[in-house]
Design a protein around this ligand. Structure first.
Ligand SMILES: *[C@@H]1O[C@H](CO)[C@@H](O)[C@H](O)[C@H]1NC(C)=O
Ligand SMILES: *[C@@H]1O[C@H](CO)[C@@H](O)[C@H](O)[C@H]1NC(C)=O
Ligand SMILES: *[C@@H]1O[C@H](CO)[C@@H](O)[C@H](O)[C@H]1NC(C)=O
Length: 195
């Protein structure tokens, strides 16, 4: 009985240590424990990511919807008080039909009275290669009429556990009639080199 118990335990550890096919890192409480055990000896590394965010808010298949607004919003020149939720495609090039590398999911609220400025609560969810299943969380201010917007990356999961970094957004294309746009994102992420 004791032997069988050990065999089962070993098997469980092996399962936890081997990422499921298609995932870049192991998930689950045992995998996270193991990851933390390596943390004191782990080196920090920098990863740079580059992709395009397909900001489709109108037309046949929008990927963002307004979910609330204040009773002041209609009178506000900066749309203050409007809140939307999005699930935008992240693509390799500006072409919306190029390879999908993940999704940009979250909410954005118009949170500035005197200029157009968003509060972004955004999770980048990656679906390709070694980043498949990993996320990065952005919480920041996005004055999207500015050329460059800089937002903090406040954490992550999977290969990006305990990550921090900077996301730089730059509008690649914007249609003033439809309000649809394409935003180029450059991310610099500090995280740990642990499998
Ligand atoms: C990403 O992982 C999922 C499992 O969560 C898997 O179904 C999918 O095929 C993987 N995608 C790639 C491109 O490896
Ligand atoms: C907005 O709603 C609040 C609470 O109902 C009310 O006190 C306020 O007068 C309203 N403001 C406007 C601009 O309608
Ligand atoms: C901009 O959006 C309008 C309204 O949806 C559309 O008719 C027009 O073709 C778009 N312009 C470009 C260059 O895609």
């Amino acid at each position: 009985m004791a032997k069988a118990g050990i065999v089962v335990l070993l098997f469980t550890v092996l399962v936890a240590a081997t990422p499921p096919a298609g995932l870049g890192v192991s998930f689950g409480p045992k995998a996270v424990d193991k990851w933390f055990k390596h943390l004191p000896h782990a080196k920090e590394k920098i990863t740079k990511l580059h992709f395009y965010y397909q900001d489709i808010v109108s037309g046949k298949n929008p990927t963002a919807y307004q979910i609330a607004q204040s009773n002041f919003t209609a009178k506000s020149p900066t749309n203050f008080g409007a809140l939307s939720v999005m699930d935008h495609l992240l693509t390799e090039t500006p072409d919306p039909n190029s390879a999908v590398v993940g999704r940009g999911q979250g909410t954005y609220g118009f949170a500035a009275l005197d200029e157009v400025g968003l509060l972004m609560t955004l999770n980048f969810f990656f679906t390709q290669g070694k980043y498949n299943g990993s996320t990065l969380s952005v919480l920041g201010r996005n004055a999207y009429l500015n050329k460059y917007r800089e937002m903090p990356i406040v954490g992550g999961t999977g290969v990006f556990r305990l990550a921090r970094g900077i996301a730089t957004a730059q509008t690649n294309y914007f249609n003033v009639t439809s309000s649809n746009g394409i935003v180029e994102y450059n991310l610099v992420v500090l995280h740990y080199d642990i499998k």
